[in-house]
Design a protein around this ligand. Structure first.
Ligand code: HH2
Length: 279
């Protein structure tokens, strides 16, 4: 993982391509459950400009059941091994898991970043990440995937999410994780209504101001479909690109997306416009 590049705000943000080796992810479940198809998809995303590949073996869609660590490892290990020996995938590898046991094994197999949608609620996660000198994405989620969309409620969603993430980052630093390897993510769609998601997207600069690189994951998410009257998740590419362009302007440093090429284009054009008036 190029940590210096992540923090270099004179360079464009990074693209994280999503690789779900699950049977049931909300927009691409079952498509890459087979090792050779997973590797082929990672190779395509790398060729399209992904800087990081985020591999997940547990869907976090609303209502999804937790997947045992042993099953996550069974799904992830052969893919990580194949990616590490692939000549065309030079991306950093991130593992999307809430399990410290899974994180430890996959970091040992070559990943350098843990993407924990629970914000490292399990304190052993911070121990594992600190011991391996890895990075961590701390994401906000109200409840769990099973309960999060039942009745999300906040008195001030932006303040609550920003304060929670600042507190989780402080906890990670105290737990020995390197400060420069901590990222914050507002958790779009995780225990949030459409209004909550929009408020958080409009207030991204407040999260950026906490002082850690921000990761944004809006890719293909349902709340955008309800705005632009699209029910097919895979057809929400244009909607996702809008959030990427605006997120870039707000200071987001990593975009987690399924459609790498389109989002890379959106990012590069937004970046060029944002820097057009510089001397
Ligand atoms: N969203 C999903 C999964 N992991 N991680 C972070 N940090 N931020 C996100 O917004 C985020 C995430 C949901 O997307 P996907 O992986 O496509 O679906 P599923 O969880 O059903 O596998």
């Amino acid at each position: 993982m190029n940590w210096a590049r992540l923090h270099d705000t004179t360079a464009p943000p990074l693209i994280m391509g999503v690789l779900n080796v699950t049977p049931d992810s909300f927009s691409d479940g079952g498509q890459y459950a087979d090792v050779s198809r997973a590797v082929m998809h990672a190779e395509i995303m790398a060729a399209e400009g992904a800087d990081i590949i985020d591999i997940g073996a547990e869907s976090s869609r609303p209502g999804a059941a937790a997947v045992a660590a042993s099953e996550q490892l069974r799904r992830l290990t052969p893919v990580i091994e194949a990616l590490r020996s692939s000549r065309s995938v030079h991306c950093a590898i991130s593992v999307d898991t809430r399990s410290p046991e899974v994180a430890e094994q996959i970091l040992k197999a070559g990943a350098t970043l843990v993407n924990d949608i629970s914000g490292a609620r399990d304190p052993r996660m911070l121990e594992v990440v600190a011991a391996q000198g890895a990075g961590i994405v701390l994401m906000h989620m109200q409840g769990t995937p099973q309960t999060m969309q039942i009745q999300p409620s906040y008195s001030d969603v932006v303040a609550e999410v920003v304060n929670y993430l600042a507190e989780r980052a402080a906890c990670a630093v105290q737990g020995g994780v390197q400060r420069a390897r901590i990222l914050l993510d507002p958790g779009i769609g995780f225990g949030k209504t459409k209004a909550h998601n929009l408020a958080l997207l409009a207030a991204l600069p407040r999260l950026v101001a906490v002082g850690y690189p921000v990761l944004l994951g809006t890719s293909r998410k349902r709340f955008m479909g309800s705005i632009c009257r699209e029910t097919v998740f895979a057809d929400l590419v244009g909607a996702t690109c809008a959030t990427t362009a605006l997120g870039m302007g707000a200071g987001v440093r990593i975009f987690r997306v399924h459609d790498v090429k389109a989002n890379r284009q959106a990012l590069e054009v937004a970046w060029a416009i944002g820097h057009a008036l510089e001397p």
